[in-house]
Design a protein around this ligand. Structure first.
Ligand code: PLP
Length: 388
């Protein structure tokens, strides 16, 4: 976390007017004459024209994300799923093949297996934790390899550089879902992926009050994605874009504080394992974690989510969940409020207990997305919840 803190966003040169960016809701922009209208309509002149084609609040957010991620550019969407689905759809055609990790966000999985398949794209699955399996899958041409790390909810860590290298050698593009760990926790583009997508609803928004998505990468890959967004109208609206600009100056401070608290929480909860109230604490920032060495190589810390397995399986996890007093019972992550969920009832509810066990998702898992209440408060809350 040695990167400089960002100040008030001024992505388009020094601000001459208001210090904080104005919110511009206008759906259209006045043009001075016919020649300007012609040039803008023909795409020869940049600037404000019509909101679906791009607008200043959205572009300011995109510039910040691009510089933060170390990308040529970024394209912002109305949600994380619009960004992920758009990034794939913009580059795929009937007959193409994509490799989608088994361990991926459910919405991404559903889009691939329902919609891409409907349009004649072949979708094959692989485990992002099994590089030999991926190598074998890449013997046949694939257009995309889609994966995430740390994996939800187990917080297993994927060797991002190794996956990117295998895919590149086989001529496949990598689309990485970086939602769980934006820079500086993890620089996915530096590790070699071609495109990184985020649910900006999470850390970029940071306050559980904005739904947004963004994809960043090289210009030549973003061009078709931006064109897809224009044609489908999946653009991020000015109001959420403005909220993202509002959240930006505190991004690094929030990530730093949330990550520090997550480490303290994970460490403290190790006592609960010794006491038999927890079966396991998963957090890649913990020296004892099975993926700690890999996390140390590719992450700037262990991230802001801690997953615990409560003793007593699902009944045990339910009891602890219901007893939480400070941590809110709600899906999502990345906000200033700490949130807890039970994967057996949410992300993995459609699997049978046996299928969940095969996928490494114990029924007693409780995922805690760490916010800004302070590590002592959170540790105290989980401890009292486990006493029940
Ligand atoms: N990717 C991950 C890892 C997520 O957790 C989520 C949402 O929870 C998404 C993508 C989808 O993002 P959104 O809800 O903004 O569409």
């Amino acid at each position: 976390m040695n990167e400089p803190l960002y100040g008030t966003p001024h992505a388009h040169g020094p601000l001459l007017g208001p210090l904080s960016p104005p919110l511009v809701r206008s759906t259209t922009a006045g043009q001075p004459d016919a020649e300007t209208l012609r040039a803008m309509g023909a795409g020869e002149r940049p600037g404000e024209f019509y909101q679906r084609l791009g607008h200043q609040n959205g572009r300011a957010f995109e510039s910040l994300v691009a510089s933060h991620e170390g990308a040529d550019g970024a394209v912002a969407f109305a949600s994380g799923m619009a960004a992920i689905s758009g990034a794939m759809a913009a580059h795929l055609a009937t007959g193409d093949r994509v490799l989608v990790a088994e361990e991926i966000y459910g919405g991404t999985s559903a889009f691939a297996t329902t919609d891409l398949v409907r349009f004649g794209v072949r979708v094959d699955r692989f485990s992002a934790l099994d590089l030999d399996g991926l190598r074998a899958q890449l013997q046949r041409p694939a257009k995309f390899v889609v994966f995430e790390s740390p994996i939800n909810p187990t917080l297993r860590v994927v060797d991002i550089a190794a996956v990117a290298k295998l895919a590149r050698a086989a001529g496949a593009l990598t689309l990485f879902d970086g939602t769980f760990a934006p820079p500086p926790v993890q620089w996915a583009l530096r590790l070699g992926v071609d495109l990184v997508a985020h649910s900006a609803t999470k850390f970029y928004g940071g306050h559980s009050d904005v739904l947004a998505g963004v994809v960043a990468g090289r210009h030549e890959l973003l061009g078709p994605i931006e064109a897809w967004r224009r044609r489908t109208g999946a653009v991020l609206a000015p109001d959420p874009a403005w909220l993202l600009l509002r959240s930006w100056p505190t991004l690094l401070l929030r990530l730093q504080a949330q990550q520090e608290a997550a480490l303290v929480l994970a460490r403290g909860l190790a006592d609960e394992v010794r006491a038999g109230r927890l079966v396991e604490v998963s957090y890649p920032g913990l020296p004892g974690d099975r993926d700690h060495e890999l996390a140390r190589r590719q992450m700037g810390g262990g991230g802001c989510v801690v997953t615990v397995e409560v003793a007593g399986g699902l009944p045990g996890a339910r009891r602890a969940f219901d007893r939480l007093q400070r941590i809110a019972r709600a899906p999502s992550l990345g906000g200033v409020e700490s949130l807890a969920t039970l994967p057996a009832f949410t992300t993995h509810a459609s699997l049978t207990p046996a299928q969940r066990r095969t996928a490494g998702i114990a029924d007693g898992l409780m995922r805690i997305a760490v916010g800004l209440e302070g590590a002592d408060v959170l540790l105290g809350d989980v401890r009292q919840a486990l006493q029940g």
